[in-house]
Design a protein around this ligand. Structure first.
Ligand SMILES: C[S@@+](CC[C@H](N)C(=O)[O-])C[C@H]1O[C@@H](n2cnc3c(N)ncnc32)[C@H](O)[C@@H]1O
Length: 281
Protein backbone atom coordinates (compact mmCIF):
# COMPACT_ATOMS: atom_id res chain seq x y z
CA UNK A 1 0.00 0.00 0.00
CA UNK A 2 1.41 3.43 -0.91
CA UNK A 3 1.75 6.30 1.59
CA UNK A 4 -1.07 8.19 -0.08
CA UNK A 5 -3.54 5.32 -0.20
CA UNK A 6 -4.72 4.33 3.25
CA UNK A 7 -7.36 1.63 2.98
CA UNK A 8 -8.25 1.68 6.70
CA UNK A 9 -11.68 3.12 5.79
CA UNK A 10 -12.57 -0.22 4.24
CA UNK A 11 -11.08 -2.48 6.89
CA UNK A 12 -7.57 -2.41 5.34
CA UNK A 13 -8.56 -4.97 2.74
CA UNK A 14 -6.79 -5.53 -0.53
CA UNK A 15 -10.07 -6.05 -2.44
CA UNK A 16 -13.20 -4.29 -1.18
CA UNK A 17 -15.77 -6.54 -2.88
CA UNK A 18 -16.71 -10.17 -2.18
CA UNK A 19 -15.64 -13.39 -3.88
CA UNK A 20 -18.32 -15.87 -2.80
CA UNK A 21 -21.08 -17.30 -5.01
CA UNK A 22 -23.38 -14.31 -4.41
CA UNK A 23 -20.61 -11.94 -5.50
CA UNK A 24 -20.12 -14.03 -8.66
CA UNK A 25 -23.87 -14.13 -9.39
CA UNK A 26 -23.86 -10.36 -9.00
CA UNK A 27 -20.95 -9.87 -11.42
CA UNK A 28 -22.62 -12.11 -14.00
CA UNK A 29 -25.96 -10.29 -13.60
CA UNK A 30 -24.19 -6.94 -14.00
CA UNK A 31 -22.52 -8.27 -17.14
CA UNK A 32 -25.77 -9.31 -18.82
CA UNK A 33 -27.51 -6.08 -17.81
CA UNK A 34 -24.53 -4.17 -19.26
CA UNK A 35 -24.69 -6.03 -22.57
CA UNK A 36 -28.47 -5.61 -22.71
CA UNK A 37 -28.06 -1.88 -22.06
CA UNK A 38 -25.18 -1.11 -24.44
CA UNK A 39 -26.05 -3.74 -27.06
CA UNK A 40 -22.50 -5.06 -27.39
CA UNK A 41 -19.58 -6.88 -25.79
CA UNK A 42 -17.17 -5.07 -28.10
CA UNK A 43 -17.82 -1.48 -29.19
CA UNK A 44 -18.94 -1.35 -32.88
CA UNK A 45 -15.74 0.57 -33.78
CA UNK A 46 -13.80 -2.69 -33.23
CA UNK A 47 -14.15 -5.56 -35.69
CA UNK A 48 -13.17 -8.98 -34.36
CA UNK A 49 -11.55 -11.20 -36.99
CA UNK A 50 -10.44 -14.86 -37.05
CA UNK A 51 -6.86 -15.32 -35.87
CA UNK A 52 -6.95 -12.37 -33.45
CA UNK A 53 -5.73 -12.59 -29.86
CA UNK A 54 -7.79 -10.84 -27.18
CA UNK A 55 -6.70 -10.14 -23.60
CA UNK A 56 -9.22 -9.41 -20.87
CA UNK A 57 -7.68 -8.06 -17.67
CA UNK A 58 -9.28 -8.08 -14.19
CA UNK A 59 -11.65 -10.67 -15.64
CA UNK A 60 -13.54 -11.64 -12.42
CA UNK A 61 -15.75 -14.60 -13.40
CA UNK A 62 -14.41 -14.44 -17.01
CA UNK A 63 -17.98 -14.07 -18.28
CA UNK A 64 -17.12 -11.45 -20.95
CA UNK A 65 -14.41 -13.65 -22.49
CA UNK A 66 -16.52 -16.82 -22.24
CA UNK A 67 -19.50 -15.22 -23.98
CA UNK A 68 -17.34 -13.98 -26.85
CA UNK A 69 -15.26 -17.14 -27.12
CA UNK A 70 -18.30 -19.27 -27.93
CA UNK A 71 -19.31 -16.79 -30.67
CA UNK A 72 -15.74 -16.52 -32.06
CA UNK A 73 -14.15 -19.98 -31.99
CA UNK A 74 -11.31 -18.74 -34.27
CA UNK A 75 -10.16 -16.06 -31.82
CA UNK A 76 -7.98 -16.79 -28.79
CA UNK A 77 -8.94 -15.21 -25.45
CA UNK A 78 -6.59 -14.83 -22.52
CA UNK A 79 -8.46 -13.77 -19.37
CA UNK A 80 -6.29 -12.55 -16.50
CA UNK A 81 -6.87 -11.41 -12.93
CA UNK A 82 -4.76 -11.28 -9.82
CA UNK A 83 -7.21 -13.78 -8.32
CA UNK A 84 -8.88 -16.46 -10.44
CA UNK A 85 -11.10 -17.56 -7.53
CA UNK A 86 -14.30 -16.45 -9.29
CA UNK A 87 -13.50 -17.96 -12.70
CA UNK A 88 -14.55 -21.48 -13.74
CA UNK A 89 -11.99 -24.30 -13.51
CA UNK A 90 -9.76 -24.66 -16.62
CA UNK A 91 -11.46 -28.02 -17.35
CA UNK A 92 -14.76 -26.20 -18.06
CA UNK A 93 -13.32 -23.64 -20.49
CA UNK A 94 -13.74 -23.75 -24.27
CA UNK A 95 -10.47 -24.58 -26.06
CA UNK A 96 -9.97 -20.94 -27.17
CA UNK A 97 -10.01 -19.51 -23.62
CA UNK A 98 -7.07 -19.54 -21.24
CA UNK A 99 -6.83 -18.07 -17.74
CA UNK A 100 -3.71 -16.62 -16.13
CA UNK A 101 -2.85 -14.68 -13.01
CA UNK A 102 -1.67 -11.12 -13.58
CA UNK A 103 -1.54 -8.42 -10.92
CA UNK A 104 -2.16 -5.22 -12.83
CA UNK A 105 -1.37 -2.87 -9.96
CA UNK A 106 1.70 -4.37 -8.35
CA UNK A 107 3.02 -6.66 -11.09
CA UNK A 108 5.20 -5.78 -14.09
CA UNK A 109 4.27 -6.60 -17.68
CA UNK A 110 5.20 -10.21 -18.53
CA UNK A 111 7.61 -10.35 -21.49
CA UNK A 112 5.39 -12.74 -23.46
CA UNK A 113 2.48 -10.23 -23.42
CA UNK A 114 4.36 -7.27 -24.90
CA UNK A 115 3.04 -6.12 -28.31
CA UNK A 116 0.92 -9.28 -28.64
CA UNK A 117 -2.82 -8.47 -28.46
CA UNK A 118 -5.24 -7.15 -31.10
CA UNK A 119 -7.80 -6.14 -28.47
CA UNK A 120 -7.43 -5.53 -24.73
CA UNK A 121 -10.60 -5.27 -22.65
CA UNK A 122 -10.98 -4.00 -19.10
CA UNK A 123 -14.17 -3.24 -17.18
CA UNK A 124 -15.31 -2.19 -13.73
CA UNK A 125 -12.11 -1.10 -12.07
CA UNK A 126 -14.00 1.32 -9.80
CA UNK A 127 -12.95 0.37 -6.24
CA UNK A 128 -9.70 -1.12 -7.63
CA UNK A 129 -7.83 1.87 -9.10
CA UNK A 130 -5.79 3.59 -6.39
CA UNK A 131 -5.23 7.30 -5.75
CA UNK A 132 -7.83 8.22 -8.38
CA UNK A 133 -5.21 7.59 -11.06
CA UNK A 134 -5.47 4.82 -13.69
CA UNK A 135 -2.36 6.01 -15.62
CA UNK A 136 -0.02 3.17 -14.66
CA UNK A 137 -2.66 0.59 -15.63
CA UNK A 138 -3.32 2.32 -18.97
CA UNK A 139 0.44 2.34 -19.66
CA UNK A 140 0.71 -1.40 -19.00
CA UNK A 141 -2.27 -2.16 -21.23
CA UNK A 142 -0.83 -0.10 -24.09
CA UNK A 143 2.40 -2.11 -23.84
CA UNK A 144 0.61 -5.41 -24.48
CA UNK A 145 -1.25 -4.09 -27.58
CA UNK A 146 0.00 -4.69 -31.10
CA UNK A 147 0.44 -1.53 -33.20
CA UNK A 148 -3.09 -0.92 -34.57
CA UNK A 149 -4.63 -2.82 -31.62
CA UNK A 150 -7.56 -1.51 -29.58
CA UNK A 151 -7.92 -0.82 -25.86
CA UNK A 152 -11.56 -0.90 -24.66
CA UNK A 153 -12.35 0.24 -21.10
CA UNK A 154 -15.88 0.12 -19.65
CA UNK A 155 -16.89 1.74 -16.35
CA UNK A 156 -19.89 2.82 -14.37
CA UNK A 157 -19.34 6.48 -13.53
CA UNK A 158 -20.37 6.96 -9.91
CA UNK A 159 -19.82 10.73 -10.11
CA UNK A 160 -22.93 10.95 -12.36
CA UNK A 161 -25.20 8.96 -10.02
CA UNK A 162 -28.79 10.01 -9.46
CA UNK A 163 -31.91 8.59 -7.83
CA UNK A 164 -34.85 7.64 -10.01
CA UNK A 165 -38.33 7.79 -8.47
CA UNK A 166 -41.26 5.97 -10.06
CA UNK A 167 -43.60 8.67 -8.70
CA UNK A 168 -42.67 12.29 -7.86
CA UNK A 169 -43.81 12.11 -4.21
CA UNK A 170 -41.58 9.16 -3.30
CA UNK A 171 -38.90 9.87 -0.69
CA UNK A 172 -35.44 8.32 -0.83
CA UNK A 173 -33.63 9.59 2.27
CA UNK A 174 -32.36 6.22 3.57
CA UNK A 175 -31.76 4.92 0.09
CA UNK A 176 -29.54 7.94 -0.64
CA UNK A 177 -27.62 7.34 2.59
CA UNK A 178 -27.02 3.73 1.47
CA UNK A 179 -25.63 5.02 -1.84
CA UNK A 180 -23.49 7.74 -0.31
CA UNK A 181 -22.06 6.19 2.86
CA UNK A 182 -19.33 4.12 1.11
CA UNK A 183 -18.11 7.28 -0.67
CA UNK A 184 -17.57 8.96 2.69
CA UNK A 185 -14.96 6.25 3.32
CA UNK A 186 -13.11 7.82 0.39
CA UNK A 187 -11.59 10.23 2.91
CA UNK A 188 -9.50 7.28 4.03
CA UNK A 189 -9.57 4.85 1.08
CA UNK A 190 -9.04 6.61 -2.22
CA UNK A 191 -10.28 3.61 -4.19
CA UNK A 192 -13.75 4.82 -3.22
CA UNK A 193 -13.19 8.03 -5.25
CA UNK A 194 -13.86 7.54 -8.93
CA UNK A 195 -13.53 10.91 -10.62
CA UNK A 196 -10.83 9.33 -12.83
CA UNK A 197 -13.56 7.62 -14.89
CA UNK A 198 -14.52 10.75 -16.84
CA UNK A 199 -10.83 11.44 -17.62
CA UNK A 200 -10.13 8.07 -19.25
CA UNK A 201 -10.15 9.33 -22.83
CA UNK A 202 -7.53 12.00 -22.09
CA UNK A 203 -5.43 9.43 -20.20
CA UNK A 204 -5.53 7.22 -23.30
CA UNK A 205 -4.35 10.10 -25.46
CA UNK A 206 -1.61 11.02 -22.99
CA UNK A 207 0.05 7.65 -23.66
CA UNK A 208 -0.30 7.98 -27.43
CA UNK A 209 -3.55 6.11 -28.11
CA UNK A 210 -5.63 7.47 -30.98
CA UNK A 211 -9.15 8.33 -29.70
CA UNK A 212 -11.80 6.10 -31.30
CA UNK A 213 -14.81 6.33 -28.96
CA UNK A 214 -15.86 7.86 -25.65
CA UNK A 215 -19.56 7.13 -25.16
CA UNK A 216 -21.54 7.56 -21.97
CA UNK A 217 -25.23 7.25 -21.17
CA UNK A 218 -27.60 6.58 -18.27
CA UNK A 219 -29.44 3.27 -18.15
CA UNK A 220 -33.00 3.01 -19.41
CA UNK A 221 -35.65 2.53 -16.73
CA UNK A 222 -36.85 -0.93 -17.85
CA UNK A 223 -33.97 -2.87 -16.21
CA UNK A 224 -33.01 -0.30 -13.57
CA UNK A 225 -34.63 -2.22 -10.69
CA UNK A 226 -32.51 -5.29 -11.44
CA UNK A 227 -29.37 -3.16 -11.47
CA UNK A 228 -30.48 -1.67 -8.13
CA UNK A 229 -30.89 -5.21 -6.70
CA UNK A 230 -27.25 -5.80 -7.68
CA UNK A 231 -26.28 -2.51 -5.99
CA UNK A 232 -27.67 -3.84 -2.67
CA UNK A 233 -25.41 -6.88 -3.07
CA UNK A 234 -22.41 -4.58 -3.67
CA UNK A 235 -23.23 -2.57 -0.54
CA UNK A 236 -23.41 -5.76 1.52
CA UNK A 237 -20.04 -6.85 0.11
CA UNK A 238 -18.50 -3.48 1.00
CA UNK A 239 -20.00 -3.67 4.46
CA UNK A 240 -18.31 -7.01 5.16
CA UNK A 241 -14.90 -5.34 5.00
CA UNK A 242 -15.69 -2.23 7.05
CA UNK A 243 -14.38 -1.51 10.52
CA UNK A 244 -16.70 -2.73 13.32
CA UNK A 245 -18.22 0.71 13.94
CA UNK A 246 -18.76 1.51 10.23
CA UNK A 247 -20.19 -1.97 9.77
CA UNK A 248 -22.78 -1.37 12.46
CA UNK A 249 -23.69 2.11 11.16
CA UNK A 250 -23.97 0.91 7.58
CA UNK A 251 -26.00 -2.17 8.59
CA UNK A 252 -28.62 0.19 10.07
CA UNK A 253 -28.62 2.38 6.97
CA UNK A 254 -28.99 -0.61 4.64
CA UNK A 255 -31.89 -2.03 6.67
CA UNK A 256 -33.76 1.28 6.45
CA UNK A 257 -32.96 1.66 2.73
CA UNK A 258 -34.30 -1.83 2.01
CA UNK A 259 -37.53 -1.08 3.90
CA UNK A 260 -37.89 2.30 2.20
CA UNK A 261 -37.57 0.69 -1.23
CA UNK A 262 -40.03 -2.09 -0.35
CA UNK A 263 -42.57 0.40 1.05
CA UNK A 264 -42.44 2.22 -2.27
CA UNK A 265 -42.90 -1.01 -4.22
CA UNK A 266 -39.37 -0.82 -5.59
CA UNK A 267 -40.15 2.58 -7.06
CA UNK A 268 -36.69 3.80 -6.03
CA UNK A 269 -33.68 3.04 -8.16
CA UNK A 270 -30.08 4.08 -8.59
CA UNK A 271 -28.87 5.21 -11.99
CA UNK A 272 -25.43 6.23 -13.20
CA UNK A 273 -23.77 6.51 -16.57
CA UNK A 274 -22.08 3.58 -18.26
CA UNK A 275 -18.96 4.82 -20.04
CA UNK A 276 -17.01 3.02 -22.76
CA UNK A 277 -13.72 4.40 -23.99
CA UNK A 278 -11.85 2.97 -26.98
CA UNK A 279 -8.38 3.94 -28.18
CA UNK A 280 -6.13 2.56 -30.93
CA UNK A 281 -2.36 2.11 -30.68
C1 LIG B 1 -15.65 -5.45 -10.03
S1 LIG B 1 -14.71 -6.82 -10.57
C2 LIG B 1 -14.95 -6.73 -12.34
C3 LIG B 1 -14.76 -8.07 -13.03
C4 LIG B 1 -14.94 -8.04 -14.55
N1 LIG B 1 -14.02 -7.10 -15.17
C5 LIG B 1 -16.35 -7.70 -14.93
O1 LIG B 1 -16.59 -6.63 -15.49
O2 LIG B 1 -17.25 -8.55 -14.72
C6 LIG B 1 -13.05 -6.23 -10.36
C7 LIG B 1 -11.99 -7.28 -10.65
O3 LIG B 1 -10.71 -6.66 -10.53
C8 LIG B 1 -9.82 -7.63 -10.05
N2 LIG B 1 -8.63 -6.98 -9.49
C9 LIG B 1 -8.54 -6.27 -8.33
N3 LIG B 1 -7.27 -5.87 -8.13
C10 LIG B 1 -6.54 -6.34 -9.19
C11 LIG B 1 -5.18 -6.27 -9.54
N4 LIG B 1 -4.30 -5.64 -8.75
N5 LIG B 1 -4.78 -6.88 -10.67
C12 LIG B 1 -5.67 -7.53 -11.47
N6 LIG B 1 -6.98 -7.63 -11.19
C13 LIG B 1 -7.42 -7.04 -10.05
C14 LIG B 1 -10.64 -8.36 -8.99
O4 LIG B 1 -10.04 -9.60 -8.66
C15 LIG B 1 -11.98 -8.47 -9.70
O5 LIG B 1 -12.08 -9.67 -10.40
Amino acid sequence: MSDTDDSSGTGGQEYVLGRDYLASVRLNLQHYLWVQETGYHVHPSITLKPGMEVMEVATGTAIWSLDLATKHPDIRFLATDYSLDQAPPPEFLPRNVELAEWDLLDGGVPEEYIGRFDVVHVRLMMCVIKNNDPSSVVEKLVKILKPGGYLQWGEMDHTTHRMEHALPNMTSESFEQAVNFPSTLGRKDKRMNQSWVSTLSSRFQAVGLFPIADVHAFRNKSHLSFYTDAAFLVWNEWREGMSASDKETYGGILGKAKREREEQRKGLALNMEIRTVVGMK
